[in-house]
Ligand binder design. Structure first.
Ligand code: UD1
Length: 350
């Protein structure tokens, strides 16, 4: 199924790959992007045939113009990452939540009812853990445990250290950083809108996305780009905690394909449908393994495990993406070893 697609954040790391995939599938594509200097040091290249509107998603006049003639919206514009400290909070809320509210209000005015929303695995907080008595929701890790190098979360009742499991979309939502809170608020706003306006929303909860064009080493960048930048500079990649943090690294082209599958899905749903989908590769790796894979390919110093930790980081986050396979017909196809090998030498975003 094709038509006219608006991709907000369409010049960004993930948005630009969605644009490329959508063009290939025959969509007419418009992007709305702020081209913020702190994200785009140099002007990004936009494929031929794409209609470009420069402006902020929080600017209703611009968004009204961007929605003219559009069938479906892929809302990717967001401020990402863990950030520096709470001083970042207003900018996260403005970019992510005010921006989403403005887009939804404009979709209401335009009579546009189909939305694919970029969400995140961070909405689950620590996700699913298992203890001796079954599933447990851990409390945030204590400063004392972290300082003592005890990194696994504990059972809040018994104090027992827990083992990680795979979260499904029905798991409790428990954002633990400003970014996570804004991503969950986006989902909630979209849900309210779907019920009020008869909309259909697919919220894609991305795992750790990596691949060509990933933003470089900033406080807002993902760890794969941070390690890669360090190795390139001749520095040692610094692995926090004990390196055993489990994540699922999913290639940006797989994420783009998940978005296309979700666009199609929105066409088939009854009114007022909201559904979340985990988008992961299904392969679990540790942060130390990521550092090692990149160091092996690029050469240079082996990673060091520092024992440092960041407030707000979750320990493990791995999910089941079975629902996306069943209902969207999507599974990831880029294996970790191949994707990381290519990523080790791929261009990054300045
Ligand atoms: C990441 C994304 C988040 C996304 C989520 C989806 C970023 C910054 N975060 O969160 O936007 O929604 O995946 O699951 O893109 N680490 C090091 N050394 C460093 C930096 C980080 O060891 O120099 C460790 C961190 O302590 C953490 C792990 O690497 O344990 C992953 O960190 P990071 O990539 O920042 O973010 P996630 O929490 O996985």
């Amino acid at each position: 199924m094709t038509g006219s697609l608006l991709v907000t954040g369409g010049a960004g790391f993930i948005g630009s790959r969605i644009v490329a995939a959508a063009l290939e599938s025959g969509w007419r594509v418009r992007i709305l992007d702020s081209f913020r200097d702190d994200v785009h040091a140099s002007p990004p290249s936009i494929p031929d045939g794409v209609d470009v509107i420069e402006g902020d998603v929080a600017d209703a006049v611009v968004v009204d113009r961007a929605l003219d003639g559009i069938d479906v919206v892929s809302h990717q514009a967001a401020k990402v990452g863990l950030g520096v400290n709470l001083d970042d909070a207003p900018d996260y809320v403005a970019s992510n939540d005010l921006g989403t509210a403005v887009v939804l209000a404009a979709m209401g005015r335009a009579g546009n009812r189909r939305l694919v929303l970029a969400s995140s695995m961070v909405v689950y907080g620590e996700g699913l853990y298992l203890g001796s008595s079954g599933e447990v929701r851990p409390a945030p890790r204590s400063a004392a445990d972290l300082a003592a190098g005890v990194f696994e979360p504990r059972d809040p009742g018994t104090g027992e250290l827990l083992r990680p499991g795979f979260v499904t979309e029905d798991a409790a939502l428990d954002p633990r950083s400003v970014y996570a809170a804004t991503k969950l608020a986006q989902e909630h706003l979209a849900g309210v809108w779907a019920h009020a306006a008869g909309g259909r929303v697919a919220a894609l909860r991305y795992h750790n996305v990596y691949g060509p064009g990933m933003p470089r080493d900033t406080p807002y960048a993902g760890v794969a780009a941070i390690f890669r930048s360090a190795i390139e500079r001749g520095d040692v990649p610094r692995v926090f905690e004990d390196g055993g943090q489990r994540r699922d690294f999913v290639h940006v082209d797989d994420v783009a394909r998940a978005n296309l599958a979700a666009l199609d899905w929105t066409a088939e749903q009854p009114e007022a449908t909201v559904r979340a989908f985990n988008v992961g590769s299904g392969t679990v790796t540790t942060i130390l393994e990521v550092a090692q894979a990149l160091a092996d390919t690029i050469g240079g110093s082996a990673p060091i495990v520092t024992g440092d930790y960041r407030a707000g980081d979750v320990r493990h986050i791995t999910a089941s993406s079975d629902r996306a396979a069943r209902e969207l017909g999507w599974t990831a196809s880029v294996p970790f070893a191949d994707g990381m090998r290519d990523f080790a030498t791929a261009p990054l975003r300045a």
